[in-house]
Ligand binder design. Structure first.
Ligand code: RAT
Ligand code: ZN
Length: 422
């Protein structure tokens, strides 16, 4: 049966918005950056209520209200820490922050009491789950097809698992994270020597070729879909430092040869308050022109880029308009709050159409997938609904098929296309 296009047009705003919401909520996602690991990674694979509550975002918030000395907190067991976080942020106070609301969304998804006075029932529920089935259930609830892990080739625990022959799990893709190698070269070099890779601190020709080989071997071993690096707010390119040489002589040539995108996460200031440990990193405004120069000098390399400062978001969109090898992605870390996600996604739609990746979860604990995607989908649907409504007012209605095509591109297609190795 041939239906005329007119009959498919969504010309009434209430129906249009209902369709957008239903399509955004049901379209499967490929989550392009997480810190999750499959169950075979044993202690690296985090899940359950105690891990959820001791997420570093919530620890930082707890210190603002609990007034507990740092040392005392770090000496506590994980269960005691989780109890304190629950009491401080959920019993004595109302959980209004984004990370706290995330816990509420997760408890609610499993039918657990979001106003409980303690964690007894929540612990009993998570303790009764069988991990492999629970992983499938969480991916199902979140409608996530697969996540990309953050794999560090210099991490001792990870290396052992990869070297012992890990059978790939289709829910988990891999990426090679190069922070240890590029951001702390002297320690990176020491670790490489321990693993039998011969490197000289001065980066002589033999070292460069050994480093390339090392990367190539790990790309193959983990079947990496991209190479990744986080960068400080004061990152410059070009620059007269070791990282610049490692980028130009090792990472960029390997990315080019292997056809792998380079993911850059720019604007972090590590350990602003070391007493907070993992929760102690801050942020700063960075220089987007550094990324523009890299995109111009390496046109064959595809760059996936996110910035941590709100002030850099508009410049990133403009840079992406100039370089088609640059794909902005995600609202990272301190930007993963509804107000920021809404603003940033809006300006990306206005400047880039659908040629970007609106969000990644950055999940560290399995069940965070549920809330991070639930909350992200809400903002994406809202912004997309507004865009289509404006389009309608300007004289063009869309169809359900067109909405599906756009949402699929945003939530999975753009990334799949980028990592496709021709
Ligand atoms: O969002 C986070 O959890 C941060 O701590 C970082 O992991 C950041 O996302 C990163 O990948 O460096
Ligand atoms: Zn991350």
């Amino acid at each position: 049966m041939v239906t005329s296009i007119e009959s498919q047009l969504l010309a009434r705003t209430t129906e249009l918005r209902a369709q957008v919401e239903s399509i955004v909520n049901s379209t499967p996602v490929v989550d392009v950056h997480t810190h999750l690991f499959p169950p075979q990674f044993a202690e690296l694979s985090l899940w359950g209520i105690d891990e959820l509550l001791t997420y570093h975002y919530l620890i930082a918030e707890t210190f603002r209200s609990a007034r507990i000395p740092y040392d005392q907190f770090w000496q506590m067991s994980k269960t005691d820490q989780a109890d304190l976080v629950w009491k401080t942020l959920f019993v004595d106070n109302t959980p209004t922050s984004e990370a706290a609301q995330g816990i509420i969304s997760v408890l609610d998804a499993f039918g657990l009491d979001t106003r409980a006075g303690d964690l007894r029932d929540a612990r009993a529920f998570f303790n009764s789950q069988r991990l492999a089935e629970h992983v499938d259930r969480v991916f199902d609830i979140a409608r996530v097809t697969s996540v990309v892990m953050t794999n560090d080739p210099l991490d001792e625990k990870e290396r052992q698992i990869w070297q012992s022959g890990f059978t790939p799990d289709p829910h988990f893709q891999s990426s090679l994270r190069l922070d240890r190698l590029l951001n702390d070269w002297s320690r990176g070099a020491a670790a490489l020597s321990r693993y039998g890779v011969s490197v000289h601190p001065d980066l002589d020709a033999a070292t460069i070729s050994n480093l390339r080989l090392f990367l190539e071997q790990w790309i193959q071993r983990v079947n990496a879909v991209y190479l990744a690096l986080s960068l400080p707010a004061d990152f410059k390119f070009p620059s007269d430092d070791v990282r610049d040489r490692l980028l130009r002589e090792v990472v960029l040539p390997v990315a080019k040869e292997q056809g792998l995108p380079l993911t850059l996460m720019v604007g972090v200031r590590r350990r602003v308050n070391p007493q907070l440990r993992e929760a102690g990193d801050g942020m700063g405004r960075a220089d987007v022109t550094a990324i523009e120069r890299m995109c111009a000098q390496y046109p064959e390399v595809k760059f996936l880029v996110t910035f941590l400062a709100r002030e850099n978001q508009h410049e990133l969109c403009v840079a992406a308009r100039k370089f088609s090898n640059l794909t902005p992605f995600g609202c990272w870390w301190f930007l993963n709050n509804p107000s920021m996600v809404s603003e940033i996604t809006r300006e990306r739609f206005e400047l880039l159409g659908q040629s970007f990746i609106p969000q990644h979860s950055d999940a560290r604990v399995l069940e965070q997938l549920i809330y991070k995607w639930k909350h992200a989908r809400r903002q994406i649907a809202d912004v997309l609904g507004d865009s289509y409504e404006q389009l309608l007012r300007n004289g063009r209605a869309v169809t359900r098929e067109e909405i599906s095509r756009d949402v699929n591109r945003l939530l999975a297609g753009n990334f799949n296309e980028l990592v496709r190795q021709d």
